[in-house]
Structures are given as C-alpha cells and as structure tokens.
Design a protein around this ligand. Structure first.
Ligand SMILES: [Zn+2]
Length: 59
C-alpha cells in the first residue's frame, strides 16, 4: 500500500479543509398546506405531491 512520505502539517491539513463545510438544506413550501418541506419530496404534513395526495397522513 502506498504510504505518505511525510506528515501533512497542521497548516496544509487545515487549508485543505477550508471548503469542508455543511450547507443549509434546501427548503420549499408545500403548495397544499404551506408547511415547509424538502423539494422533490412528498409533504410529510399532508402527503401531497405534484397535485395529488399520495400518502395518507393521520392526525
Ligand atoms: Zn403539505
């Protein structure tokens, strides 16, 4: 197995991670119940997606 010849310094290691960050999840609004939901996913509050109810949601 290939092995690194020398230790990566703290600076190099941390510079590599400057782009390593979490981003906010995309949020859209359900056109049926106006609750926030993830885009391209069935609304978990009313089970609505693309103009029809695809999931029955109990109270
Ligand atoms: Zn909804």
């Amino acid at each position: 197995m290939a092995v690194p010849k020398r230790k990566v310094s703290r600076t190099r290691r941390d510079k590599r991670r400057t782009h390593w960050k979490a981003k906010n999840p995309a949020i859209s609004v359900c056109p049926n119940c106006l609750n926030p939901k993830l885009p391209h996913r069935v609304c978990k509050y009313c089970g609505y997606y693309k103009g029809e109810t695809v999931l029955e949601v109990e109270e």
